[in-house]
Design a protein around this ligand. Structure first.
Ligand SMILES: [Zn+2]
Length: 683
């Protein structure tokens, strides 16, 4: 009971500072005494037993109330008296009504988007120009504004308290399913950001995205001094994924090392922004990444670098997101919005998990095995070592022939769904019921799953089926998407409260999709018999997590630094800081494994620039998936899938506790890697 006032402090601060600024015009926020008057009057009506809900409900409604559009102070007082519902059957009825109506609204808008995008997403004939216009139209874009305008948002805020992550953790032990559903209702309205700020963010985000998308390196133009070109004519690679994938591919090339070193040097030039501006996305300019000079009329010439454009984009995104802080009183900064709200795992916990893994002794063991396999000491780019992938023993052409014969058209795959589920161990009734809620659609792209948001609709499994049937790649993806749609079906149709439908975050649905996908050969009646497959896969997981966790640590530390600055930050200053943070993380957790100090390579990831603070979602997702897969392997698959995914959208911590009986942890991965080191690392 004591924590709630603290949790609401940012809101009260907002109320106070805004009312000072806007004294001369009409007030843009309620006067500070209005909320306490509303609280007193409701307490007088409903008694001390309601004090927690009254206080929190009134404070959170007041934090969003704008007198100019929503009504003056006395209108707010009247609103609270009219719409506050004390605990009991009346409140349960209100919850039911809101749930039912949100299901209609969200479900219908979802259906509208799904239908309007069909011509561009499905193989249903030529795409007309007008199809793209409809596909880009978001019919539900104004829903949030409308629900504030007609007071539905305020009725929800007034009656359903918002709980912080910390509070949910503390209360979880005593909460019923109904309490969780009520808590989720308290999270439906958390922001009221003016359209102009959303548009500004969209503008700077699109610009950053375009900057990265058009940032290509023409590899045949790279030289080391007067040496010959190392890369073939026409090889154009995007930063940093294309560069990284080429680096990975070169592990298979006996002459790959020189090429890998050169790619690494290009990455350093990008991070430090020494890369000559004129050689980006330009097939004409020959340059030397080791000196950053360009070849002009037969002479090596020094030219200006790119000029910190990379960091200017990052700064503009930071500023646009920070401008929204005061319109998100429940999650008052972007770090909280990404972690507490989006992922629902506190940033400090994420950082602690990552630090635990990157400093674990098993990583050093894994590094030793890689160095042995390479026959040389590690170099910093070996964070992308790619040699633990087990290769399938069956030729892909043979697999293509099997899947094409089995699934010549859409209907064949649709009809096969119950049978695939039965082979996975679902009983006939479950297999039939789940399959009946999944519709297979012929996809233009590689495939995806699109769940329903109302119980009258089916989940869509989009998969690519060529004129001569489904090839193995298409089949493999279809089985992955089948896993998603099974999750979407269970967690919508078989969860007790609509507000609890779904999963805590996307990692939980990816986990089931990957578990399905790994059974694809077994579903064709074949088995992959590589005895080391599991061990190699554990080491592959460990090493890729080691890489991406380091990158994520840099990303998080950078955003903490940005928020800590009181003065305006300049792009050059940000560049220096990024290099400093990346080098610091490297020296703490990578230098001991690699035996090389002072590399800023962890700052190269492009999402750091175009997808702010997203990177941590990858390793968190991998940890969750690893833990869920590990649990499913040790239990009877089908009943356990049904039980786990009927939990719905609890917090991730509570879901893990009820589903796999433990907290989110690096231990399953570390244990698997340790036994793999013992099996693979034998001299
Ligand atoms: Zn997926």
């Amino acid at each position: 009971m004591k924590t709630y006032l603290l949790a609401l402090l940012p809101m009260l601060a907002l109320v106070a500072c805004q009312s000072e600024k806007n004294m001369k015009d009409q007030p843009q926020t309620l006067s500070p005494s209005t909320a306490s008057m509303a609280i007193d009057s409701l307490k007088a009506l409903y008694g001390e037993g309601e004090v927690f809900r009254i206080t929190r409900g009134v404070e959170q409604a007041a934090a969003f109330w704008q007198p100019v559009t929503d009504g003056n102070d006395s209108a707010f007082l009247a609103f609270c008296r009219e719409y506050y519902v004390p605990e009991g059957p009346g409140l349960e009825l209100l919850h039911q009504r809101l749930s039912g109506n949100f299901e209609v609204l969200w479900g219908s808008f979802n259906k509208i988007s799904l239908k309007l995008q069909e011509p561009v997403q499905l193989e249903v004939g030529d795409i007309l120009p007008v199809d793209r216009v409809f596909a880009g139209y978001a019919a539900g874009a104004h829903l949030n504004d409308d629900l504030f305008a007609n007071k539905v948002a305020f009725i929800t805020l007034l009656n359903f308290p918002f709980y912080t992550l910390e509070e949910k953790k503390v209360r979880a032990a005593e909460w019923t399913r109904c309490d969780w559903a009520f808590a989720r209702m308290g999270e439906v309205f958390t922001s009221r950001v003016p359209a102009a700020l959303l548009q500004e963010y969209s503008r700077v985000n699109t610009a950053a995205d375009a900057y990265i998308s058009e940032y290509n390196i023409y590899m045949h133009n790279l030289r080391k001094g007067d040496g010959a070109p190392l890369f073939p004519e026409g090889l154009r690679l995007i930063t940093h994924w294309g560069l990284r994938d080429e680096l990975k591919a070169n592990y298979a090339d006996p002459d790959g090392l020189e090429k890998q070193r050169m790619i690494y040097q290009v990455m350093l030039d990008i991070i430090r922004q020494q890369i000559p501006g004129e050689c980006i996305n330009n097939p004409e300019v020959v340059w030397d990444p080791y000196t950053c000079k360009v070849l002009s009329h037969g002479k090596w010439t020094g030219v200006p670098g790119e000029g910190d454009v990379r960091y200017r984009h990052l700064l503009e995104q930071f500023r646009a997101l920070k401008a929204m802080d005061k319109y998100n009183p429940l999650y008052p900064d972007y770090i909280k919005r990404k972690f507490d709200q989006g992922m629902e795992i506190p940033q400090v916990e994420v950082e602690a998990l990552f630090t635990e893994l990157v400093s674990h002794p098993v990583v050093r063991e894994c590094g030793r095995i890689i160095s042995q396999r390479l026959g040389r000491p590690l170099e910093p780019f070996d964070i992308w070592y790619d040699g633990f992938k087990a290769r399938s023993g069956v030729a892909e052409s043979r697999l293509d022939a099997i899947t094409r014969a089995r699934y010549p058209h859409r209907d064949a795959f649709q009809q096969a769904l119950p049978d695939i589920l039965r082979r996975m161990g679902f009983n006939p009734a479950d297999a039939t019921r789940l399959s009946a809620q999944i519709q297979v659609d012929p996809s233009r792209g590689a495939g995806h799953a699109w769940g329903a948001e109302m119980r009258t609709e089916k989940a869509r499994l989009r998969t690519r089926i060529g004129p001569d049937g489904m090839d193995y790649k298409g089949y493999n993806i279809a089985i992955h998407e089948f896993g998603h749609t099974v999750e979407q079906t269970i967690s919508l149709h078989e969860v007790d409260y609509y507000l609890l439908n779904g999963v805590p975050n996307t990692s939980f649905t990816e986990a089931l999709a990957f578990v399905f996908q790994k059974q694809d050969l077994a579903m064709l009646g074949m088995e992959d018999k590589d005895p080391l497959k599991e061990q190699l896969s554990a080491l592959d997981h460990l090493w890729s997590n080691y890489e991406i966790m380091g990158v994520s640590l840099v990303d998080m530390k950078l955003w903490q630094w940005l928020y800590a600055q009181e003065d305006e930050v300049r792009p050059a200053q940000l560049r220096e800081e990024v290099v400093r943070i990346a080098t610091e993380v490297w020296n703490a957790y990578y230098a001991p494994v690699f035996g090389v100090r002072d590399s800023p390579i962890l700052a190269v990831y492009s999402h750091m620039i175009d997808y702010p603070l997203y990177l941590s979602a990858y390793p968190i997702g991998e940890l969750i998936q690893f833990q869920i897969e590990h649990h499913l392997r040790q239990h009877t698959f089908a009943p356990e899938v049904l039980r786990m995914y009927r939990l719905g959208r609890l917090s991730p911590a509570q879901w893990m506790k009820e589903a796999v009986g433990g907290e989110l942890s690096i231990l399953p991965l570390v244990n698997a890697a340790e036994s793999a080191v013992a099996a693979v690392g034998k001299p």
